[in-house]
Write a protein that binds this ligand. Structure first.
Ligand code: SF4
Ligand code: SF4
Ligand code: SF4
Length: 193
C-alpha cells in the first residue's frame, strides 16, 4: 500500500516537470488597487481577453477585493485535485492533462453554482444573468497571462510549479525577516519557469 502511494506521487511529479506547468503567484502586499482607482488594469485586461476568447462568457476572471486601504487580488489557484471538477455534475469543469489547468466548457455549464460553493478561494464567479460560472483558465494559450502583463505593480507573477514552493518560502521569509534577509539569488535560476 505504502509502496503504491509513493509510486503514484513520483509519477505525478515527473509528469508535472515534463509539462512545465505554470501558476500565477499573488503578492497582495504589492497590489495598491491601481492606486485605488475604479479602473483595475488586470480586471480590464482579463475581461477584454475573455471576450475575444469566449464570446458571451466574457466576465473578468480576476477580482480585486478591498478592505480599508488594502487590496487583495482573488484568482484561481488551480488546485491539483480541484473540488470544482468533482462538484460539476454535467462535466463542464475538467482538468486538461496536457497543460495541467482546470478548464471550463461553458456550453455544458447549467449554472448550478456547485463549483462556486466548493471553491476554497472564492475564485469562481456566478454570472446570474447569463447563467454560467466563470473561472480563470490561466491564459494557457498565451505566453504571459493577460492580467500578469497588465499589472505594473508586480502583484501578479507567472511562475512554474517547480519554483512555486521556493517563491512562496521567499515571500514568507521576506515578511518575517524583512531587511535582515540575505538571499543568494544565484540559487534561483528559474527564468520565471
Ligand atoms: S493591476 Fe496590479 S495593482 Fe492594479 S489592481 Fe490588479 S493586481 Fe492590483
Ligand atoms: S455552475 Fe457550471 S461549471 Fe459550476 S458546477 Fe455547475 S455546471 Fe459545473
Ligand atoms: S490568467 Fe488570464 S483568464 Fe486568468 S485571470 Fe489572468 S487574464 Fe484572466
Amino acid at each position: 500500500m505504502e509502496k503504491n502511494m509513493k509510486s503514484i506521487k513520483l509519477t505525478n511529479l515527473k509528469e508535472d516537470l515534463k509539462k512545465n506547468q505554470i501558476e500565477i503567484m499573488l503578492y497582495p502586499s504589492k497590489c495598491d488597487g491601481c492606486e485605488g482607482q475604479e479602473y483595475k488594469s488586470c480586471v480590464q485586461a482579463c475581461e477584454t481577453h475573455m471576450k475575444e476568447k469566449y464570446g458571451k462568457y466574457n466576465t473578468a476572471r480576476i477580482n480585486i477585493k478591498s478592505k480599508g486601504n488594502k487590496f487583495f487580488p482573488i484568482l484561481c489557484h488551480n488546485c491539483e485535485e480541484a473540488p470544482c471538477v468533482d462538484a460539476c455534475m454535467p462535466g463542464a469543469r475538467y482538468r486538461d492533462n496536457e497543460n495541467g489547468w482546470t478548464l471550463t466548457n461553458y456550453k455544458k455549464c447549467v449554472g448550478c453554482w456547485m463549483c462556486v460553493m466548493v471553491c476554497p478561494f472564492g475564485a469562481i464567479e456566478r454570472v446570474g444573468k447569463d447563467h454560467y460560472a466563470s473561472k480563470c483558465d490561466g491564459c494557457i494559450d498565451e505566453e504571459t497571462p493577460k492580467c500578469v502583463e497588465a499589472c505594473k505593480k508586480g502583484a501578479l507573477k507567472k511562475i512554474g510549479i517547480r519554483n512555486y514552493s521556493y517563491e512562496r518560502r521567499l515571500m514568507i521569509a521576506n515578511k518575517l525577516y524583512g531587511p535582515h534577509l540575505k538571499i543568494n539569488y544565484n540559487r534561483y535560476k528559474s527564468n520565471n519557469r
